[in-house]
Design a protein around this ligand. Structure first.
Ligand code: MV4
Length: 453
């Protein structure tokens, strides 16, 4: 195991990684911006180094500053958390060149998965189901028309360098294709510095389901099964659960083992998540892969009993999956996560400021991952996630009851939060029945707006 690890992140995930290191007997180094001087990740690390002013580009995204801190503190490894530098292949290469272990996949694999069209072809070769679509990037509107005829409208144009919804356009007929092609290209070129597009059949009102994977550095791959992530607004997930009610044991095992073969072929290492869309026939189709630990990893930890961050650290230090995982992985009960954001529960505007009161719920089957505390300050510079409330019950009904109880005991004063929004969602019949897809929030908010008139 490593002697000393630098955590290149902030907030709840920095604390989550520090905790895993501490429990494994690894010394920890936090880095922080001037806005995070009084943060818990700074207080709970063995050492902490200020790496710059509040702006992300000058601190947490500043590669020379992070690497300098790692060299000054003489660490063996860097854990990037999620977001920030976690899927930056160039950063992983700089780590390699500096003789610092990057806790994540090799840069070559991160780069492959970052090129969405190449990832799609890699999955296809391994017999992972993909949507009908183009065999590579589409250089011209004429070729886009040819593919659209072949695939059948509606289709969706996606940016090769994209992800998270930017540079995407839904095309419903041939007439609107030229304008949407140019708009998607321009948006992608502006956002990612690369406008290249590919095409897929568009799935109406899909569910979003993702598979958690772990791969060691000896060619072994395991699946920790799926999470249901359809409750989202503008590509920001709000509620996730595991397992998915829509995934049968047969589909789970078959797709899980296909994915294990696929990631082994690709040379994947460490934790990763493979994202799928599920259509109304309950078929799953690959859309993209995330080469990092994800925000919602705790629900998988709850139902499998595996500590995913410790697994990441152990894999990166050379341990085998057979020594990390139980002999037989089973899914036990049901887990749900609510992302508690510091934002207005109706308008979704961010709410920075000082927290004047803070009570975190607890009790059997309740976990709260947060770096916030009473008298703490939420700076205006960063994302609005202030806590993840995770419950684990023997079944979905118990998990829902536990979440409602825990939400009612979660007190945050001084800033606006999404707690009351979550309480409303938990009252919704479609949510309670599990009959929902990625359009849920749009429909929920439209109905709420209509009712309040
Ligand atoms: C799609 C799709 C329908 N059909 N691809 C949005 C973000 C990016 N990760 C993929 N996305 C989508 N791709 C095809 N072929 C619908 C979406 C989509 C979506 C996907 C997952 C979760 C929420 C979503 C919200 C809107 C659109």
């Amino acid at each position: 195991m490593f002697r000393k690890v630098l955590v290149a992140n902030r907030g709840e995930i920095a604390l989550r990684v520090l905790n895993a290191c501490r429990e494994l007997g690894v010394r920890t180094v936090a880095v922080y911006s001037e806005a995070d001087r009084n943060s818990l990740h700074v207080r709970f690390a063995d050492e902490a180094i200020c790496i710059g002013p509040p702006r992300l580009s000058e601190s947490y995204l500043n590669v020379p500053a992070v690497i300098s801190a790692a060299e000054i503190a003489d660490v063996d490894a860097i854990h990037p958390g999620y977001g920030l530098l976690s899927e930056n292949a160039n950063f992983a290469e700089v780590c390699r060149a500096s003789n610092i272990k990057f806790i994540g996949p090799p840069p070559e694999v991160t780069r492959l998965m970052g090129e969405k069209e190449k990832a799609r072809q890699a999955m296809k070769r391994a017999r992972v189901p993909i949507l009908p679509g183009s065999d590579g990037i589409i250089p011209t509107v004429e070729e886009a028309q040819d593919w659209a005829q072949k695939v059948g409208f509606p289709v969706i144009l996606k940016a090769k360098a994209g992800g998270g919804g930017r540079g995407m356009r839904i095309v419903r007929n041939a007439d609107e294709l030229p304008n949407l092609f140019h708009a998607a290209y321009a948006e992608a070129a502006n956002a990612f510095g690369n406008g290249e597009l590919y095409m897929e059949k568009f799935i109406e009102q899909p569910r979003h389901i993702e598979f958690q994977m772990l791969a060691d550095e000896h060619g072994n791959v395991a699946t920790l099964y799926e999470r249901e992530c359809s409750i989202q607004r503008r590509h920001q997930k709000l509620i996730e659960e595991a397992p998915s009610l829509q995934v049968t044991p047969k589909l789970r095992e078959e797709l899980g083992s296909t994915l294990c073969r696929c990631l082994s072929d690709i040379g994947y290492q460490n934790a990763g998540t493979v994202e799928f869309l599920m259509d109304t026939d309950r078929q799953l189709y690959f859309i993209e892969m995330n080469t990092r630990i994800q925000v919602e990893h705790p629900i998988t930890e709850a139902v499998t009993g595996v500590d995913l961050v410790k697994a990441q650290l152990r894999i990166a230090s050379g341990d085998r999956l057979s020594d990390i995982l139980p002999a037989k992985l089973v899914i036990r009960g049901h887990a749900i996560e609510c992302r508690i954001n510091a934002e207005h529960p109706q308008k979704f505007t961010p709410s920075a400021g000082k927290i004047t009161a803070f009570n975190v719920p607890g009790g059997n089957g309740v976990r709260v991952d947060t770096a916030q505390y009473a008298e703490g300050v939420i700076p205006p510079y960063y994302d609005s996630l202030i806590a993840k409330l995770v419950v684990h019950g023997c079944d979905r009904a118990e998990a829902i009851a536990k979440m409602e109880r825990a939400l009612s005991q979660f007190v945050v004063q001084g800033v606006e939060t999404s707690i009351s929004l979550h309480q409303e969602i938990f009252q919704d019949p479609a949510f309670r029945s599990g009959e929902f897809n990625t359009s849920f929030m749009e429909q929920f908010l439209a109905a709420r707006a209509a009712n309040s008139k």
